[in-house]
Design a protein around this ligand. Sequence first.
Ligand code: GLN
Length: 543
Amino acid sequence: MARYIFITGGVVSSLGKGLMAASLAALLQARGYSVRIRKFDPYLNVDPGTMSPYQHGEVYVTDDGAETDLDLGHYERFTGVASRQSDNVTSGRIYQQIITRERKGDYLGATVQVIPHVTDAIKAFAQDDVDGLDFVLCEIGGTVGDIESLPFIEAIRQLRNDLGRGQSVSIHLTLVPYIAAAGELKTKPTQHSVRELAALGVSPDVLVCRSEQPLPDGERAKIALFCNVPKEAVIPALDAKSIYAVPEQYHAEGLDREVLKAFGIEPGEAPRLDRWSDIMDRLENPEGEVTIGVVGKYVGLPDAYKSLHEALIHGGIANRVKVNIRWLDAELFEGDEDEIAARLEPMHAILVPGGFGERGSEGKIASVRFARERNVPFFGICLGMQMACIEAAREGGLTSASTTEFGETDVPIVGLITEWMSKDGLQQREEGGDLGGTMRLGAYPAKLTGNSVVSSIYQATDISERHRHRYEVNTGYKDVLEKGGLVFSGMSPDGTLPEIVERPDHPWFVGVQFHPELKSKPFDPHPLFASFIEAAVKQSRLV
Ligand code: GLN
């Protein structure tokens, strides 16, 4: 039977709970255990799919087409275990499920309540789809004390009883702030937060204490005493120099050992962490550096492009170079050509990422043009590929080329797709239909042309990548675009949906309709990102 690790946070948010969960899972995995990480989000949206990237950061998409919290991206990058729909649930989804059942009369006249109905639904979610696993890590979003997270904490309390002794461990992540004026680390917020959690019936077995200064032994002992845990189970967690240094750092502080001990499992031999030391060696001892310009819309909040940021770093790991990312606001590229050139000239490669809406699109198209004309490596992802196709059409004389996403156009190079085949059968959508969960979502196969640039990058002609978009490049314009030098080198297996375009006459010019960044791992960089950064390295030697 799977053992459960419940992870809560206290004092403040943004302490790196997701990273802690991902790192602990990676450490348990390195010890030979099978793991899965789940995220419980207390907000009322059914999923983060309709939330602004500014509010919530990136929407992470799983193979099975779920739009999920970006923490699932960390989980996947650290463990290599592909996340699923069943790994992320929100209060909104739970209530939606319950209210749908209530309307059908499934509760047979009972009064529907938070306890037991909501808590039962949360428990069912935690226990669904866990066959054969050694450990299930459940991260509760938000901070203990939030009204919204109460049903989740209550569900954990019940579940810990249901599972029985030794079958679950509770980890609480808190902040130990440093008060400069007093020159001291303060343990009181941690004590209060643990008391609040304990009052809800969940006593933590392990405390992870984030601080900016090393935690002195005396403070560690004090936290242990007041919070009712062994001193060794108070794990200090200082800021790390890279997120990929976090697993080794937690191991050095004894996190995995203490968690196993809390389960009554003899920790045994230390895990082999070569994978992580190799990554850190490559990050800390680069043999060069490149600067990549990312021309996008949500550049004010780095979390909006979380996976993209990581995938570019992975490309650097693959080539042993430092990757400097310049987040460039697409709206700055709408004016004068000389000004655009001045901004883009320092870049060794240009990337136009995914996005929604018209704002900044002319700037994105101008950046594509700059990259094409100047032979600068170019990578277009999702909306970025669509912009590359529109740029090619305009270059070929179709000056009003556009996408129906931005309004009516007489040259719809990119258009709304209302019907396509998926592994679950024919998918159909209506114009003006619901926005939530109605895109082409999740993993779809693609066939690559045998002698294309991308087939040599992938070393394969059959690939599968994750999608999240509503519009598609219109194959009606394929011939026109190919005449202009843009080759459709990847298509859906039935040949109807363009998946990849490339320019064989350019040093590196690839547009993909999917999101390769979602599948890149630090220990297994995505081939497209590895190749793109390699092209940037070549470019850096030219300038
Ligand atoms: N807005 C575009 C579409 O829906 C692209 C989406 C994206 O880049 N993820 O097709």
